[in-house]
Design a protein around this ligand. Sequence first.
Ligand code: ADP
Ligand code: MG
Length: 495
Amino acid sequence: MRVDGGLAEGVEPARGVTTGSGGEIAAAWQRVKRRLRAELGEDVFASWFARLELQEVAGGVARLTVPTRFLKSWIESHYLDRVLATFRSEADGIGSIEVGVRGPMAPPRAGAPAPKPPQAVRPAPSHSHPAHDAAEPERAGRPSETAGDLGGAPLDVRLTFDSFVVGRSNALAHAAAERIARHDGGPALYNPLYFHAGVGLGKTHLLHGIGHAVKAAGRRVIYLTADRFMYGFVNALKTQSALAFKERLRAIDVLILDDVQFIQGRSIQAEFGHTLNALIDAGRQVVAAADRPPTELESLDERVRSRLAGGLVVEIGALDEALRASILQSRLEAVRATHPGFEVGPAVAEYVAKAITANGRDLEGAVNRLLAHATLTGAPVTLDTAETAIRDLVKNREPKRVKIEDIQKLVASRYNVSRSDILSERRTAAVVKPRQIAMYLSKVLTLRSLPEIGRRFGGRDHTTVLHAVRKIEKAIGEDTALCDEVELLKRMLQD
Ligand code: ADP
Ligand code: MG
């Protein structure tokens, strides 16, 4: 992970950024957006961050702007910590961030490099994002606290055990979470407790649920996202108080770590390993979640992986239709608390629960769109209007499967080499770069494991693939031309 604020080559500074090193800050901001996009996914990014702009950095305060009040409050209540942590890890001297609403007459960064166009990737109907804005639903979801100087992230008050709907695919995870949360005294039960599941299947919800319950029982809990964890350590190491930081970390009963797959960097993962060992050996409960099982956390070393795998590992499966229907009902009820006139009949609800198969996040998006529609038109939600309102969510439910062979062919033709060159032993630069890009794309666009990818690239070792993936990841962060090139390849493969 980069912690310096170095200027990436070829990145133009944003105009209007008033700071001593505007170019550097602007470049760092571009990296922040790129990381948010990569980490949160195209959908979330397009909904919330595509129109987030950096206005200036002055006196350690980064001022960001968005076009609407709703976007502002949503980002503030859901993503402020994340944006701050990401920005801090990309640039020095960022103390805090503020989000403001920019007027229609004042484009924030005239002449700045055009933002990456998420809209172009997935042309969304015009109701897609602005609908959120137009509806401006009241949000009860304010962070309930800030977790003091340990650098913990706040818990979202909406994500409790009460609001978590239990079904077949998450029953075991839920039961384990409740056991942990209610356990007091005595050695930890399963340590660590590790959840894994694809995006939007309720990991974060369960983790926050544990956090609330542990706190309510008067025990000390800290919830950290990977970024928080990395930022905490990077910062602590910088100020030479790593020891004090670790001491403070040990003074807690339950440590919750979300999105562990993003923890990376040699020194950080070593610290991560020490922290895990120290906490577990001291009988403190550790709960972690990631998008994959511990064995597939390639950015962590073997010992850390096996420590994570050494407790109870629970997978949360896809939401079946019954579960989707219940989650949808509970969401609708929650919205009705603030919008009493909002009615969605059983036929429409059934249609939505059938159509949105991907995950809980899309269900939430669907409810927001229905609400926006109802608020804007004042008309009752019919099957017809529901169908239009959620069309893009439905279309997206089955992303195209990309084949490694297609990646190799496309990359080869793009770089004027042959596919057999890519599979060969040749190590000339003309072949190595496309080969590494193809390996990188295979990792990000397919579900294949590193060893499998290695096999498909002429029987290479998985460490070779990992090296390629890291190398390209790093290069993308530093070289905008390459970043664009890789984006383009991705789009060509996915269209
Ligand atoms: P993850 O962290 O696994 O990506 P989240 O916990 O953020 O997923 O869930 C995405 C959305 O779906 C959240 O709004 C969450 O409240 C909702 N959700 C997921 N599973 C459930 C569930 N079992 N009950 C209620 N809401 C759920
Ligand atoms: Mg999550």
